[in-house]
Design a binder for this molecule. Structure first.
Ligand code: G16
Ligand code: MG
Length: 210
């Protein structure tokens, strides 16, 4: 029986893809590195430093660790500035109603995000107080496809791993959920994953699964 649902943030609750893209493109242009939407797509659910390493695959030179830290900071400063434009209107369709419905049923809800900016994003969306637990990039060493962030969310909730469902838009997120021994529910791009237990065209269908 499912007692908790762990939501991925970027791509499930809010679409920040375009903002990540603009911020990475800013750094890539500054360094004269080729970067496009297709490369950006590979960064979904991946941590900031892992994303940077993917972005640098097209670079002509090798970057030292301290240069990489600097580039990651430039990207994040730019991204955090872009996040200021977010408001409750940016929540993806029907997400808010689904969150409220789950809570009414007594099902716990949590965030399991690779982002170190998760709490800031939730604040701009005005939904921080809805969640029983938040596990994010600040809680973990290994990002998705490692299961760490979902295991951490379950621990914070006090719910056993096998009683948790995860909802994800990234294939690496589905892989992480299965490694954590959880029910893996895919939306958007994650529907490509062969490991997904359920594939949803509409997030409201989650209510008939849990
Ligand atoms: C998100 C995004 C990724 C991003 C990662 C780290 O993960 O999907 O593209 O690279 O967070 O973000 P930040 O640089 O803000 O720490 P998720 O797990 O919420 O989809
Ligand atoms: Mg995501």
């Amino acid at each position: 029986m499912i007692k908790a649902v762990i939501f991925d943030l970027d791509g499930v609750i809010v679409s920040t893809d375009q903002l990540h893209y603009e911020a990475w493109k800013h750094v890539a242009d500054q360094e004269d590195i080729y970067f496009d939407e297709k490369i950006n797509h590979r960064l979904r659910g991946v941590s900031r430093m892992d994303s940077l390493n993917i972005m640098l695959e097209k670079a002509d030179k090798t970057y030292s660790e301290s240069e990489k830290e600097k580039l990651a900071k430039t990207k994040n400063d730019y991204y955090v500035d872009l996040l200021k434009q977010l408001s409750p209107n940016d929540m993806l369709p029907h997400v808010y109603d689904v969150l409220l419905n789950l809570k009414e049923q007594g099902i716990k809800i949590a965030i399991g995000s690779s982002s170190r900016n998760a709490k800031t994003i939730l604040k701009y969306l005005g939904i921080s107080c809805l969640f029983d637990a938040i596990a994010d990039g600040t809680d973990i060493e290994n990002s998705k496809p490692a299961p760490d962030v979902f295991l951490r969310a379950a621990e914070k909730l006090g719910v056993s791993y096998s009683s948790c469902a995860v909802i994800e838009d990234a294939t690496v997120g589905i892989e992480a959920a299965k490694k954590a021994g959880m029910l893996a529910i895919a939306v958007f791009d994650a529907k490509k994953s062969e490991q997904a237990d359920h594939k949803l065209d509409d997030i409201r269908d989650l209510l008939s699964i849990v």
